[in-house]
Design a protein around this ligand. Structure first.
Ligand code: ASP
Length: 356
């Protein structure tokens, strides 16, 4: 009996060896994706699965990955922890570290794409910032979740699976920085958070979706046309600080003194989250024109969709103001900060708002 078993096990071992070799060869063919973790609800933990209170940025990258079965079949994955904060605490120091790390990683032939895990509160700001300063066409994908990792029906694991699927897909390249949430693929320029709590929170109201991600397979509908990444003139390689730009929210019967105090407190630029088409009342407009003699002033809108046009209800030419075109206040702020890294005229900054 025993020798017969031994004889039978030789072909079995050979088969096993072949299988191992095939799977190693397949692994080599998988794209190499690096996940850079920054925190957020996707890394959040609560005391129970149905508790609404939780701490964001409590769980590390390895624990997050362990909750995503099958993700290692999509790509060879490496993880790095850049920070572990709720994105309400995102800083430009972290954003600059992140951007520089992404540029270094993507410059290497050994990396095909990057996924950034991030809180949803300021995800659109980081996504848009990266869209302007990453120097590669390879996919860079931001992902988060609305429910913490400990919740019943946590949305993080599938979001992360899909984000890795998008970062591994050659068809994702050249579309600028992308955001993957709840099966939808958004472009960094156009998406915005629209619900404080619902998992279907991100929308791209003016431009629509870039595509759909479905269990690691992607369908693309369009490519954002705004200048980004390799066409962008913004370079943060030697930047360690960005100029202060404030956002001032407009409302009925507002006073203009917040605009004056922003200038007095050292802002180099101001974005007004105006009413309607970037409007504000007379006293605020006078304050904005006063401010525009010293700093760059952009008119954006508190309204979720639509553009802010130049010289529509406000005489921008006369008051030296800049219209934000399609950028919402938080993204207009990012573009203005980068624009102010070197001296530019109001007209030159206005052009940047049409291009980026
Ligand atoms: N406050 C959290 C954050 O932005 C919310 C989230 O991630 O959904 O980090």
């Amino acid at each position: 009996m025993k020798p017969r078993y031994r004889a039978a096990s030789i072909p079995l071992m050979f088969l096993l060896l072949v299988c191992v070799q095939i799977s190693l060869a397949q692994n080599k063919k998988l794209p190499n994706v690096v996940i850079l973790a920054t925190g957020g609800t996707i890394a959040g933990a609560a005391a129970s699965g149905t508790q609404s209170a939780y701490t964001s940025g409590a769980v590390g990258i390895d624990t997050m990955l362990a909750a995503v079965p099958g993700v290692k079949d999509l790509a060879n994955i490496k993880g790095e922890q850049i920070s572990n904060v709720g994105s309400q605490d995102m800083t430009f120091e972290i954003m600059l570290t992140l951007a520089k790390r992404i540029n270094a990683l993507l410059a290497s032939n050994a990396v095909d794409g990057v996924v950034v895990t991030h809180g949803t509160d300021t995800m659109e700001e980081t996504a848009y910032f990266l869209n302007l300063v990453v120097k590669s066409k390879k996919p860079v994908v931001l992902v988060g979740s609305m429910r913490p990792s400990t919740a019943v029906s946590a949305d993080g694991p599938l979001n992360l699976f899909n984000a890795v699927g998008v970062a591994s897909d050659p068809a994702s390249a050249g579309r600028g920085v992308l955001v993957v949430m709840n099966d939808w693929i958004h472009g960094a320029h156009s998406l915005t958070k629209t619900s404080t709590t619902a998992i279907q929170t991100f929308m791209s109201p003016l431009r629509g979706l870039v595509g759909i991600a479905s269990y690691g397979k992607n369908d693309y509908y369009n490519t954002p046309t705004w200048k980004n990444t390799t066409e962008s003139e913004f370079d943060i390689a030697s930047v360690s600080q960005l100029p202060r730009v404030d956002i001032i929210y407009a409302y009925a019967d507002m006073t203009g003194d917040l605009i004056d105090s922003s200038v007095a407190n050292g802002a180099k630029g101001i974005v007004i989250a105006g009413v309607g088409n970037g409007n504000m009342n007379k006293v605020s407009l006078e304050a904005a024109a006063r401010a525009a003699k010293k700093v760059a002033v952009v008119r954006s809108s508190r309204v979720i969709t639509g553009t802010v046009g130049r010289n529509v209800e406000v005489n921008d030419d006369e008051m030296n103001l800049i219209a934000s075109d399609e950028l919402n206040p938080q993204k207009a702020r990012i573009l203005l900060m980068l624009s102010l890294l070197k001296p530019r005229t109001t007209g030159e900054i206005q052009q940047l708002f049409y291009l980026y």
